[in-house]
Design a protein around this ligand. Structure first.
Ligand SMILES: [Zn+2]
Length: 120
């Protein structure tokens, strides 16, 4: 029930933002993913649930990978609240590689080879 409400909330959010509702994520889809992996995709923090006075609170959120598309099955990943808030409204597909890569030094246009098109 908690997940059902969560999904409905995301749907309302996407509709308000004018995003097309297509192949929307379902509670059972979230449960399946949780069975497979019960930690945040970004920081590996385990998801937690607390029930207080019948109200469920959780650090589980569904993140849209691309900000331009709704919470569809293919555009969603499970993320903890903190990471999702930190990520904010920014869409950065390099976000998850950042930690692994050493910081690139500044390149001038003369340094750029054909196979190294910079991402802006
Ligand atoms: Zn996280």
């Amino acid at each position: 029930m908690y997940l059902y409400e969560k999904v409905e909330g995301y749907k309302a959010q996407d509709i308000r933002a004018g995003r097309k509702i297509d192949d929307f994520i379902t509670p059972s889809c979230i449960i399946k993913r949780l069975e497979f992996c019960n930690v945040c995709t970004t920081c590996r923090e385990p998801f937690e649930y607390k029930i207080h006075n019948g109200v469920v609170t959780s650090n589980l959120t569904v993140d849209r990978i691309s900000n331009a598309i709704c919470h569809s099955k293919y555009n969603s990943q499970l993320m903890c609240k903190l990471c999702n808030v930190t990520k904010g409204n920014r869409f950065d597909k390099n976000l998850y590689d950042v930690e692994d890569k050493p910081k690139k030094k500044k390149t001038t246009f003369n340094d750029i080879k054909d196979n190294e098109i910079p991402k802006f």
